[in-house]
Design a protein around this ligand. Structure first.
Ligand code: FAD
Length: 367
């Protein structure tokens, strides 16, 4: 059967696009090379509650923990941002994908698993006159085939789980150190007794697994882990910058999610940005099919909504990557002495630094 839209990749972004296109009555198929979607789990699932509200996933069954704050560590300094109300949920990623798949199928889209789409398949879809959405992750076959630019900025990650007794399940710990430039090291209570440990670093001389091994030997991490056994160790990559082209008007191709580089450069979180991009892409395709409007509008709308926040996220990432451990230590000391941690706990927004800055500075100015 010929479909109006073929989505390559059925991760959260591809499945949200499939759901939205299905709702519009546009015939859609999403392909994934995996037989079991979301398996193995290479990524974490910390998502802001506000962000989750924007992407329409019925996620409540996938919640494994709820976070109220974060402890940010650099050298000897720690800042504890703590909120009275929940800030983020930790979601079970495989289950989240399953929920997204069911929502896509309920809306009328077809999800086909266990088939890797090749360059030949892409040419076949194109010669049939179909629109292609590349939702195939950071190492995107679609982006490569249509010459949409390579990933110029990314971090490599390694994460694993440890079954242990967790003293505080309400906060995630983030460790900034010159060894982990690019992103940071983290400890996240995925459940009451599963602690996820991970790092994200710039690609370079040291590989992610070696950096991870050295990270877990650090005193605070070793204390938290005790003699717990490591399981499910996985390496992956996170794009840190929007790809040069995310629309190919001539060949009717759109990139979304990690394939497009739609990730928050401060934390590497991509579920909310990719999900919102999927919704914008589906609306643009509807307007293209029904009114003949250009697909390029997708890029314009996405950038209008997200480019300022993304730029500020990038700037913050540059600042902490370059500051080094000592610089971050001093920065945290200053933030603590200005009472910023309690303001961030009250008014912080994980997805929007602009909203966070606006809210906290306004409150600070008002005293
Ligand atoms: C260690 C780590 C931790 C993270 N933590 C968080 C977090 O806490 N919160 C958050 O919001 N984000 C987090 N992220 C980022 C988040 O996981 C991604 O932004 C998100 O998964 C992107 O979704 P996607 O659907 O665009 O791509 P993906 O989830 O990568 O899905 C792409 C899909 O395409 C399929 N595919 C690829 N090529 C083909 C092909 N040729 N044919 C068929 N199928 C294909 C793959 O099998 C895959 O299922 C993390 C990432 C990593 C690596």
């Amino acid at each position: 059967m010929r479909y109006n839209v073929s989505i390559i990749g059925a991760g959260t972004s591809g499945l949200i696009a499939a759901r939205e296109l299905g709702k519009q009555g546009i015939s859609t198929i999403a392909y994934d090379q995996k037989k079991v979607l979301g398996h193995p789990v290479r990524a974490s699932g910390i998502v802001s509650i506000r962000g989750l509200g924007s992407i329409g996933i019925d996620y409540s069954n996938a919640i494994t923990n709820t976070l109220y704050g974060a402890r940010i560590h650099a050298g000897k300094s720690t800042m504890h941002v703590n909120s009275k109300t929940p800030m983020a949920h930790v979601l079970e990623r495989q289950l989240l994908n399953q929920i997204c798949k069911e929502q896509a199928e309920d809306s009328g889209a077809v999800v086909s698993t266990g088939k890797r789409i090749t360059a030949i398949d892409l040419d076949d879809i194109r010669s049939d006159g179909g629109i292609i959405i590349g939702a195939d992750g950071a190492v995107s076959t679609v982006a490569k085939h249509f010459g949409m630019g390579s990933l110029t900025d990314y971090v490599i990650t390694y994460k694993a789980e440890f079954e242990t007794t967790i003293s505080d399940t309400r906060s995630v710990d983030l460790f900034f150190d010159k060894e982990y430039r690019g992103l940071f090291g983290w400890l996240c209570p995925n459940t009451e007794n599963i602690l996820e440990v991970g790092i994200g670093i710039n690609p370079g001389k040291i590989n992610a697994k070696k950096a991870f091994d050295s990270f877990i030997k650090g005193k605070e991490i070793a204390d938290a882990l005790g003699d717990a056994k490591m399981r499910n160790g996985q390496a992956s990559i996170i794009p840190m910058r929007l790809r040069k082209r995310i629309v190919d008007e001539k060949h009717r191709v759109i990139l979304i999610g990690d394939a497009a580089g739609q990730v928050k450069p401060t934390t590497g979180g991509g579920i909310v940005f990719g999900g919102n991009a999927a919704i914008i892409a589906a609306q643009t395709i509807k307007d293209h099919v029904e009114k003949g409007l250009a697909l390029k509008r997708y890029e314009l709308v996405y950038k209008k909504r997200f480019s300022t926040d993304t730029k500020v996220h990038s700037l913050i990432n540059k600042i902490y990557s370059r500051a080094g451990t000592r610089g971050m230590e001093i920065g945290i000391g200053i933030m603590n002495s200005l009472g910023m941690s309690s303001l961030l706990g009250k008014y912080g927004d994980m997805d929007s630094p602009i909203r966070t800055l606006g809210n906290t500075l306004l409150r600070k100015a008002r005293g």
